[in-house]
Ligand binder design. Structure first.
Ligand code: HEM
Length: 148
C-alpha cells in the first residue's frame, strides 16, 4: 500500500462519518423533531456527534489537500478552473466554504434561540449541509476518471 492509498482510506472513512452522520440526522432524527416540534432531539444529536463530526471534517480537509498536492493541484492552481482535476478540487473547496458558512449561521444565529416555532430554520441548515456533503462525495468519485 502506498502512502497516497493510506491517506485515501482515511479520507473515505472520514467521508463515511461526515456524510453518514448527517444522513442519519436528516433521515431519522429531523423528521421526528419536526413532527414533535422538539428542537432538543436535534440538539442532543448535535452534541453527541460534534466531536466526531468536526474531527472527520478536519481529516477530510487535511487528507483532501494532501492528495490534491500529490496530483500536482497546489494552492497556486486553485480556482483557475483549467484542468478537470483542479476544477473538482476548487469546487470542493468552495463547497467546504459553504459548509463553514452554514456552521457559523447555525452556531451564532439559529441554535442560540431555537424553539418549537422556528425549528424549520435548523431543518434548512441540516438539509443544506447534508446535500453539500453528498455533492462533495459525488465530486470526489469523479476524480478517478480525471474530474469534470
Ligand atoms: C465533505 C467533504 C468531502 C467528502 C464527502 C469527500 C469525498 C470523497 C470521495 C468519496 C472521494 C472518492 C475517492 C475514490 O473514488 O476513489 C474523494 C476523493 C478525493 N477528494 Fe474528497 N471529499 C471531501 C472533501 C475534500 C476536500 C476538502 C478536498 C481537497 C480540497 C478533497 C480532495 C479529494 C481528492 C484529491 C480526491 C482524489 C483521491 C484519489 O483518487 O486518489 N476532498 N473525496
Amino acid at each position: 500500500m502506498t502512502l497516497h492509498h493510506f491517506i485515501l482510506i482515511i479520507h473515505l472513512l472520514a467521508a463515511t462519518v461526515w456524510v453518514g452522520g448527517h444522513l442519519l440526522l436528516a433521515i431519522c432524527y429531523l423528521p421526528t423533531a419536526l413532527k414533535k416540534k422538539d428542537p432538543h432531539i436535534i440538539l442532543n444529536f448535535e452534541r453527541k456527534f460534534e466531536a466526531l463530526g468536526m474531527s472527520s471534517l478536519a481529516l477530510l480537509i487535511v487528507t483532501g489537500i494532501w492528495m490534491a498536492y500529490d496530483f500536482g493541484v497546489t494552492a497556486e492552481t486553485w480556482f483557475h478552473f483549467s484542468s478537470g482535476f483542479e476544477k473538482v478540487v476548487s469546487i470542493k473547496l468552495i463547497l467546504l466554504f459553504c459548509t463553514f458558512i452554514c456552521a457559523v449561521i447555525a452556531q451564532f444565529y439559529v441554535i442560540p434561540n431555537l424553539n418549537e416555532k422556528n425549528i424549520n430554520r435548523i431543518a434548512i441548515i441540516i438539509l443544506s449541509v447534508t446535500s453539500i456533503g453528498i455533492a462533495m462525495l459525488i465530486l470526489g468519485s469523479t476524480l478517478r476518471y480525471g474530474g469534470l
